[in-house]
Design a protein around this ligand. Structure first.
Ligand code: RB5
Length: 163
């Protein structure tokens, strides 16, 4: 897969190991910065990576800051992004299977390198299950679009996608 990665100056501590690991797993990785540990702001990189993913230039994105919180909140402000912040592999896996997340975030001050690799692996290997989960993701998208559509209408849709 093509993966876009970004961090802030704190997440940069963990980023090189994660880039190497992604390459080891056979993925193509592009690093959207920062490239030095000079203090910077996580929204810059959260937005950059999020845009690359929604524009279809990359399949998925990975973001790292101190906690993973600020950078995931920033990415989630970009329409079409479903970013999850994880500090264990179970939520990472389920976030793909049920919530179709397209960005994974974690914190370099929260997880060590081996746990981060495990989280990344589970997330990348999981597949969105669709079905009832698709309906819920559609409901989330309706909120994002500020659509006045009642969720009931989505639920009663005879669209085969929801089977
Ligand atoms: C930077 O000090 C820190 O706030 C940032 O890396 C991140 O943890 C924010 O959510």
């Amino acid at each position: 897969m093509k993966i876009a990665i970004g961090s802030d100056h704190v997440g940069l501590e963990l980023k090189p190991d994660i880039i190497d690991y992604l390459k080891e797993l056979g993925h193509e990785v592009s690093d959207f910065g920062p490239y030095s540990n000079e203090r910077t702001d996580y929204p810059i990189y959260g937005k950059k990576v999020a845009k690359e993913v929604v524009d279809g230039n990359f399949d998925l994105g990975i973001l790292i800051c101190g906690t993973g919180v600020g950078i995931s909140i920033s990415a989630n402000k970009v329409k079409g992004i479903r970013a999850v912040v994880c500090s264990e592999p179970y939520s990472a896996k389920l976030s793909r299977e049920h919530n179709n997340t397209n960005i994974l975030a974690f914190g370099s001050r929260v997880v060590g390198v081996e746990l981060a690799k495990m989280i990344v692996k589970e997330w990348l290997e999981a597949k969105f299950e669709g079905g009832r989960h698709l309906r819920r993701v559609d409901e989330v998208e309706a909120i994002e679009a500020n659509d006045d559509i009642e969720f009931e209408n989505i639920r009663t849709s005879d669209d085969e996608r929801y089977l």
